[in-house]
Design a protein around this ligand. Structure first.
Ligand SMILES: [Zn+2]
Length: 65
């Protein structure tokens, strides 16, 4: 029996955390804004220097609809 899984919730997907552009510390994901019709937005914050980094996400699994 094959069960087709629906797209997982964005919050359940392991999100790669970028290094801080200022001090190379691994940044924390502090906010995820899912776009309904467009790319979402992920906001990372560096726990070391407080730098905030916003990443626009263009999820290919969503665009395939
Ligand atoms: Zn930093």
């Amino acid at each position: 029996m094959s069960e087709v899984y629906a797209r997982p919730e964005p919050t359940l997907i392991p999100i790669p955390r970028p290094p801080c552009p200022a001090c190379q510390n691994r940044m924390m994901l502090i906010h995820v804004a899912a776009g309904c019709d467009g790319p979402g937005l992920r906001i990372f914050e560096c726990s070391k220097c407080g730098n905030v980094h916003k990443v626009s996400t263009d999820d290919p699994t969503r665009a395939a609809e």
